[in-house]
Design a protein around this ligand. Sequence first.
Ligand code: NAI
Length: 335
Amino acid sequence: MHNITLIPGDGIGPEVAFAVKEIIESTGVKINWEIKDAGDKAFRAVGNPLPDEVIQSVLKNKVALKGPVTTPIGTGFRSVNVALRKELGLYANLRPMKNLPGIETPFNNVDLVVVRENTEDLYAGIECKVDAGRAEAIKLITKDASEKIGYFAFSYAQKMGRKKVTAVHKANILKISDGLFLESIREIREQFPDIEYEEMIIDNLCMQLVQRPEKFDVLVLPNFYGDIVSDLCAGLVGGLGLVPGANIGDSYSVFEAVHGSALDIAGKNMANPLALLNSAVLMLKHIDEVQAAENIERAINWILNHKEKLTPDLGGRGTTTSLTRDLCEYIKENL
Ligand code: NAI
């Protein structure tokens, strides 16, 4: 029996989170879910978007599956995602992106992994209003965090049999901050002589990603560029409704979808749970439930080839509940 914290989140969060819980349960894996609210719902209930009991639950269980949470723009409400990553030391954001069967995009042979530094850069939250007409945000880059993410990217590449790591930067302009990031990654790469290494300026990377995405393998980026590039890469393989994400630290891991709370479709039974389900596949592998993870992967590949069963964002006529039921039935029949 595994103990896992489930944070359903806001908007479509509960719809996709409970769908994924049901699909995982159909594999027979035994999980004791500790359900905790964070985000807008928690803020309205207890005045805090990230109540301490959520943190305590993840500290105890070490693993969490999290739906998207709403972050109101321009208010004092601090991003729950950013706070969670900082509180739990989840310094690496991992997003594997691969072409999927049945999902046609203009890009073929995409099979890359975005490794994004998760704790600092412009998201360190060091922002202030200087005067009525001026605001500042500080881009914090440290050698320690850059080395850690570099080590994570290279060891991940080595463990997964990947060939190349590309470090992404803008050190031609941000010579000191991005310069330090690059210098730290260069030092780390010395420990991994078997992995090919290249460096690329962020704007060039964006162009090349939409011209020849197949040439990239593992990308390692500071937080801000990583945030944007991971959504760009999600677009290469079919969009936010599909790709998984994981936030990993030395002791704790939070698995989540890349997409947001999609308030425009919340409550309409249209939300696509596959992104969170793909994140759950990463989670199951992480807790050594490889068989269950592979059963779910097979079911996902099967349903992607039955377009009519998919949700409208993927061109189908299915609903969140019908897709969940179809996946559960397929898994139980093919165990
Ligand atoms: P969003 O990802 O919620 O929505 C963008 C578009 O994609 C919308 O048209 C939406 O309907 C569609 N979409 C997203 N996920 C989908 C799914 N699973 N199935 C079907 N369609 C889906 O991005 P948006 O609108 O920029 O953000 C809404 C809220 O979510 C904001 O408060 C934002 O801060 C928050 N957010 C939270 C994240 C998280 O908790 N990890 C990540 C990104 C945004």
